[in-house]
Ligand binder design. Structure first.
Ligand SMILES: [Zn+2]
Length: 195
């Protein structure tokens, strides 16, 4: 199987898992993940060769290895659960069509289809691209009870999710721009000019 077919097979398998998980939990409306139309077609950049999923589909690297692979500002957010300053990252104000992948491992996380302007200064989404893309963990640090959001594949800290988002989910995935990489949607081909 060539790498392209492998990627397609992985995406098809991932979609199957997403559908299965929705059926299994019988998710009633609001928390159901939203699939981005055309997401599977976009050519995603592959993470560095050392960032390979293991046989369980996880990327599990020690922090000293991440420190060598990631820019310090990204490492501070994704591996130290840091928070970038509001309005400091251009993704907060980005309104282009495309998809957002994990800055550490390249997993597809969010679509511009669910991005909204929260006014908080952080990129905000009302749903992940599929429910299984992120893992949600109770976070009781800083004297608050919040729900931390991590990449399901490599455990990167992405941000937090709050229940004051817009319809249809009512959720606000408040992400750090540094934890994401934006992949613009392919521009529609312009019709050939008539001579
Ligand atoms: Zn990741």
């Amino acid at each position: 199987m060539n790498p392209k077919n492998t990627l397609i097979a992985a995406l098809v398998a991932a979609c199957g898992i997403a559908i299965a998980s929705c059926v299994a939990v019988n998710a009633p409306g609001p928390t159901a993940a939203v699939a981005a139309p055309g997401a599977a077609k976009s050519s995603l950049p592959l993470p560095p060769p050392s960032v390979k999923p293991d046989k369980n589909g996880k990327v599990d690297l020690p922090n000293d290895q991440w420190a060598k692979l990631l820019p310090p500002a990204v490492y501070n957010v994704t591996r130290n659960a840091g928070t970038e300053a509001p309005f400091s990252h251009p993704y907060a104000e980005l309104h282009e069509k495309g998809t957002f992948i994990c800055a550490d491992c390249g997993l597809l996380l969010f679509s511009s289809e669910t991005k909204f302007d929260s006014g908080t200064g952080w990129p905000s989404f009302w749903a992940p691209i599929r429910k299984t893309a992120v893992t949600e963990i109770t976070d009781n640090t800083l004297g608050m009870s919040r729900t931390e959001v991590r990449c399901s594949r490599c455990g990167a800290h992405l941000g937090h999710v709050f229940d004051d988002g817009p319809r249809p989910t009512g959720l606000r995935y408040c992400m750090n721009g540094l934890a994401l990489k934006f992949i613009p949607a392919e521009a529609p081909k312009k019709p050939a000019k008539k001579s």
